[in-house]
Design a protein around this ligand. Structure first.
Ligand code: UD2
Length: 300
């Protein structure tokens, strides 16, 4: 059985990955418990509490065949407050794993980057070759992690590849967390029979992708050797406005309240939508979960 190390395996992406893979492979989760608990994954899964920056993380890389590196400091706002903390996790943590991978016989190293690397898009849909001008330390640290992964592929032949997820959602995103995504926030309001709050005029667009489609694309990366040395957008290729999203959530939860408007959030980008032609072509990736179906999953 293949041995797979999933860093951040208790997190949003990591825990769904564990669900999808733990019967097919021998999974080890490395997680610092910063945002969740042991209960996020089944009891039979081997979970080690620790940090990707530690020496122990490097030892774990040596004991596995594959590394899926989802652990990260994930908040844009937190990165603005403390860029050093962000870089220690996202840059040094990633480099620590890569350096261990270089010295062992890793058959695949998968890195989860972010669409934040693009900054404010010049044109949409966004292809992978769009200029990368991050607007936050988080975007810069994710881009740096990506560049290291690609450099390790070119310079040392490490079989590494990366995805740049757009706006991921799932019922496991904690709505109480101020950094949670707009879908979780709108649903939390709808459940309480309260008005969703739209920042700005609601015409901003986002490409919302279900965590299940993210798990799918990661499984394709695992299977395809052609993926090595590449970075792929991970979105649906479709976007909707935040106003349309608010209406869809209210409809899904059968709640009849007016939306509330607040001033635009500073630093927010206006339009975002992925071009996923590259993932379609090289990986055969096809997103399967429509936004409506994804919202229904919260209702269940
Ligand atoms: C997403 C990612 C972020 C980074 C960024 C890159 C999430 C949670 N965050 O930020 O990590 O990758 O993309 O560009 O996926 N909004 C409301 N009302 C609310 C909450 C949000 O109107 O209660 C708006 C918000 O102003 C923004 C849009 O909804 O225009 C999406 O906000 P978000 O926080 O879900 O995600 P985003 O795109 O800022």
């Amino acid at each position: 059985m293949q041995k797979i190390l999933i860093t951040g395996g208790l997190g949003q992406v990591g825990s769904y990955l564990v669900d999808a893979l733990h019967e097919k492979a021998k999974i080890t989760v490395l997680d610092n418990y910063s945002s969740t608990t042991r209960e996020a994954v089944p009891p039979e899964v081997n979970v080690i509490k620790g940090d990707v920056k530690d020496r122990m993380a490097a030892d774990l890389v040596n004991q596995n065949d594959v590394v899926i590196h989802t652990a990260a400091q994930i908040s844009v706002t937190a990165s603005m407050k403390d860029p050093l903390f962000d870089a220690q996790n996202n840059v040094f943590g990633t480099l620590n794993l890569l350096e261990a991978a270089r010295r062992s016989s890793i058959s695949k190293f998968i890195y989860i980057s972010s669409a934040a690397v693009y900054g404010d898009p010049i044109n949409v849909p966004i292809t992978e070759s769009h200029p990368q001008d991050p607007l936050s330390p988080y975007g810069a640290s994710k881009l740096s992690g990506e560049k290291y992964c690609m450099m390790y592929n070119k310079a040392f032949g490490l079989p590494s590849c990366c995805i740049r997820p757009f706006n991921i959602y799932s019922p496991r995103q904690d709505p109480g967390n101020p950094y949670s995504g707009v879908i979780s926030r709108f649903i939390e309001k709808a459940r309480a029979g309260q008005s969703p709050v739209i920042f700005g005029d609601g015409t901003q667009t986002r490409d919302f992708i279900s965590v299940h489609d993210i798990v799918d694309i990661i499984q394709l990366l695992l299977e395809k050797e052609d993926a090595n040395g590449h970075v792929f957008n991970a979105g649906t290729g479709n976007s909707i406005t935040v106003s349309e999203l608010a209406n869809m959530v209210l409809e899904t939860f059968d709640v009849d309240v007016p939306v509330r408007y607040m001033p635009e959030r500073p630093g927010d980008i206006k339009y975002s939508c992925s071009d996923i032609s590259k993932a379609r072509k090289i990986l055969g990736f096809e997103p399967k979960v429509s936004l409506r179906e994804g919202l229904m999953e919260f209702a269940e």
